[in-house]
Design a protein around this ligand. Structure first.
Ligand SMILES: [Zn+2]
Length: 153
C-alpha cells in the first residue's frame, strides 16, 4: 500500500479544528498530491461557516468547500480525501454513514489514485486519528503506513 505523508501544518490544523468544535463533529476535505507510490496531505479544510455540526454528524458547507478547493487548485493541491472528527467518547471506526460517504466519494477516483478517509478525535486532551481507504471490493482497510513530516513539504 502506498505511503501516506501528512505535513506538520495539516496535522496541526486538524488538531485545532478538532479542538474548536469539541462538543460536535467537524470535518472537511484533505488537500495534497498523489502518485501510485505516495499520497501527501499538505492542507485540510474546515467544514465551513454554514456547516451543520451535531454531536454525531457533520454536514459540510458545500459553497465554502468549493471556494476553498478552487484556491487550492491554484496552488496545485487537489482533493485527496476527507476527514471528520468523532466525539471524545467514541472510537475511530467508520460508522455505517461514514462507509456510505466513503463509497460515494470513491467513485470519483480510480483504484491507483484512491482517496483516503481520516477519522480523528480528542480524548482526554490527546489527539488521535485513523486513516482508511476502500479496497477493490469496496471493503474498508485501515492504513498503517503513514508519517507526519516536518516543515516545508
Ligand atoms: Zn464518522
Amino acid at each position: 500500500m502506498k505511503q501516506i505523508i501528512i505535513s506538520e501544518t495539516a496535522f496541526k490544523k486538524m488538531k485545532q479544528l478538532n479542538a474548536k468544535y469539541s462538543n460536535s463533529e467537524n470535518g472537511g476535505f484533505l488537500y495534497g498530491r498523489m502518485n501510485p507510490e505516495w499520497l501527501q496531505i499538505l492542507d485540510i479544510s474546515d467544514a465551513g461557516g454554514n456547516a451543520r455540526r451535531t454531536y454525531t454528524t457533520v454536514e459540510f458547507d458545500h459553497e465554502y468547500l468549493s471556494e476553498y478547493t478552487k484556491e487550492k487548485i491554484k496552488e496545485e493541491l487537489y482533493v485527496v480525501g476527507t476527514w471528520h472528527s468523532h466525539p471524545a467518547g467514541a472510537d475511530l471506526i467508520p460508522s455505517s454513514i461514514d462507509y456510505s460517504t466513503m463509497k460515494k466519494i470513491n467513485v470519483y477516483y480510480n483504484s491507483e489514485y484512491y482517496p483516503v478517509f481520516i477519522i480523528s478525535k480528542i480524548s482526554k486532551e490527546e489527539f488521535s486519528f485513523s486513516i482508511y481507504k476502500l479496497d477493490e471490493n469496496r471493503k474498508i482497510l485501515k492504513i498503517e503506513n503513514w508519517e507526519i513530516c516536518g516543515s516545508g513539504e
